[in-house]
Design a protein around this ligand. Structure first.
Ligand code: FE2
Length: 254
């Protein structure tokens, strides 16, 4: 599996604090079946995004894990006016593996009325927005039709692994199901912050998806789509037909 959202880089945000914690998270991820993981430190009012520090720490960790898991850079990009301006001027500064997918985290307090327009500007500059964990945002949970419209215009959606299995509460779990039922989920990612409470694990979500939506959906959301994001390749909508384990029709993205 490939995890496109994780806070394993030490000392940069509210994720890992020390290099030992970073390594513990990376080994946990690898042991639970993650083969590649993207470091996505926050860029928001609280945490300054520093590409040089990220490169330096990634280098150290790559050496230390010695091939046990592949590491890439990225950003947990808060959707603020300043961040948007900076990303438009530096389109590869914040994206996953310096390609074209950009994680975007909405504020819990306000959804820009011109979000569609903001996404269009990002797309024109070569960035595909990846809306992070809408199921954990009370405002976005009221706006599934808008999410559908954004997806219709080329945005993508990432749901947190732990949301599927109930780790973020009943509302987040139910909304994750609604998104899945409407083919509005493209990626599952851990958004891991530590080894205890928010672990960098994809395996439990993969098992939950296999049980509830079938093996091919689990594979698309945990392996194929995140792999395409790391490679900077487009996601193509495909109809795979009836899933043998659930006997349901699925259209999703690969
Ligand atoms: Fe995050």
């Amino acid at each position: 599996m490939i995890d496109i959202h994780s806070h394993f880089l030490f000392g940069l945000d509210d994720g890992a604090r020390t290099i030992e914690e970073s390594l513990a998270m990376l080994h946990m991820a690898a042991e639970r079946g993650t083969t590649a993981i993207v470091a996505t430190p926050h860029a928001d009012l609280e945490y300054h995004y520093d590409p040089a520090a990220i490169a330096e720490r990634l280098g150290k960790l790559k050496e230390a894990v010695n091939g046990a898991i592949e590491l890439h850079s990225g950003c947990d990009f808060h959707l603020s006016y300043e961040n948007i301006q900076d990303a438009l001027e530096n389109p590869r500064k914040y994206t996953i593996n310096k390609k074209n997918y950009l994680l975007v985290e909405f504020s819990d307090l306000l959804i820009f009325r011109n979000t569609q327009e903001i996404f269009a500007h990002l797309a024109a500059a070569g960035m595909t927005p990846v809306i992070t964990h809408p199921e954990r945002n009370a405002l976005l949970r009221q706006r599934i039709d808008e999410i559908e419209a954004w997806v219709g215009s080329g945005a993508t959606v990432q749901v947190t692994a732990q949301s599927l299995t109930g780790g973020f509460g009943r509302r987040a779990q139910e909304f994750s199901r609604q998104l899945l039922d409407r083919n509005l989920v493209h990626f599952i990612a851990s958004d891991g912050h530590d080894c205890e409470h928010r672990p960098p694990r994809m395996d439990l979500a993969h098992a939950w998806l296999t049980e509830n939506y079938g093996e091919s959906v689990a594979k698309a959301l945990c392996v194929i789509n995140p792999g395409a994001a790391v490679a900077g390749e487009p996601l193509e909508p495909v109809i795979l037909g009836v899933d043998r384990s659930t006997r349901r029709w699925y259209q999703f993205w690969r």
